[in-house]
Write a new protein. Structure first.
Length: 279
């Protein structure tokens, strides 16, 4: 019996609903992360006319944040947020591992506009660097407003103690790894239901963060993102990172740092907040 047939039988039996589907009906996903390759980051703009901003954009992401050059901005938003526990789906598209949620999870207010939480995903290693330092993994909490613009909260991690958020994902990530083996990730997306996911550990008081205007870090590199990179680096175990790393065919899913081109990076640092970098 083929692995695909086995997946179908599992679904019919009411077991874990593993599935392979085409990504947005668009067929093969062409972009990659290997420098110098035909589909590497420096060639993304050549892969499709839709990717023009990947080469021509002036507000691209990620960037290297030089802390001593960041401008203090005490009047920025506090990014206070409360996320509701809700059913989620883990997705592996061959370039990143993400999680989408059912219903309204929560929101943040940025520059007076409300952005609703939509999904989260990971990049290995981190895409944003601080004073040239890259971290093992970066988590993006993606929020969208009614106009379709994005506000992303980026959390950087260093190796250390296990992170509590990932305990509830361990078995589901293993299920997704099983599903990966039955999907052609060059053309298909694998996904598994993750059940009810609690977001409490991701809604802790934000404290300090860096903000700048940027873009998506993957094609089409649209410049409609307000980036908010938390100033406190969290800890995560090597075993937890390995769970995500084993899902991806490429062990490097981070776009290189882009030029600032005159952009200003702001820094919000309220009283009694913790920051992992020297300012």
């Amino acid at each position: 019996m083929s692995s695909r047939a086995a997946v179908v039988l599992l679904v019919l039996a009411g077991s874990v609903a593993l599935s392979c589907t085409y990504a947005d009906g668009s067929g093969p996903k062409m972009f990659g992360y290997t420098a110098g390759s035909l589909n590497g980051p420096e060639n993304w703009a050549k892969l499709s006319p839709e990717n023009k901003m990947c080469g021509d954009g002036k507000r691209q992401s990620p960037v290297d944040i030089v802390t001593k050059q960041a401008i203090s901005a005490p009047n920025l938003d506090s990014l206070t947020r409360t996320y509701a526990a809700t059913n989620a789906t883990l997705i592996n598209n061959g370039h990143d591992v993400s999680m989408t949620f059912q219903g309204k999870v929560g929101s943040i207010t940025v520059n007076g506009k409300v952005y609703n939480f939509e999904k989260l995903h990971w990049h290995l290693p981190s895409e944003h660097t601080i004073n040239g330092q890259r971290f093992p993994i970066e988590l993006h909490l993606v929020h969208k407003n009614d106009a379709g613009n994005l506000a992303v909260i980026a959390i950087l991690y260093q190796f250390g103690a296990p992170d509590s958020f990932y305990f509830q994902l361990k078995n589901k990530l293993a299920d997704l790894a099983q599903e990966k083996d039955s999907c052609n990730l060059e053309e298909e997306v694998s996904q598994v239901p993750a059940g009810v996911i609690h977001m409490r550990s991701l809604q802790k008081r934000t404290g300090s963060y860096f903000r700048y205007e940027g873009s998506l870090t993957t094609p089409p590199c649209t410049e409609n993102v307000v980036w908010n990179i938390l100033g406190k680096v969290r800890q995560i175990s090597k075993e937890q990172v390995a769970l995500i790393e084993t899902l991806l065919p490429a062990k490097h899913t981070a776009r290189p740092a882009q030029q600032l081109n005159g952009r200003v990076i702001q820094f919000y640092n309220p009283p009694n907040s913790t920051i992992s970098f020297q300012i």
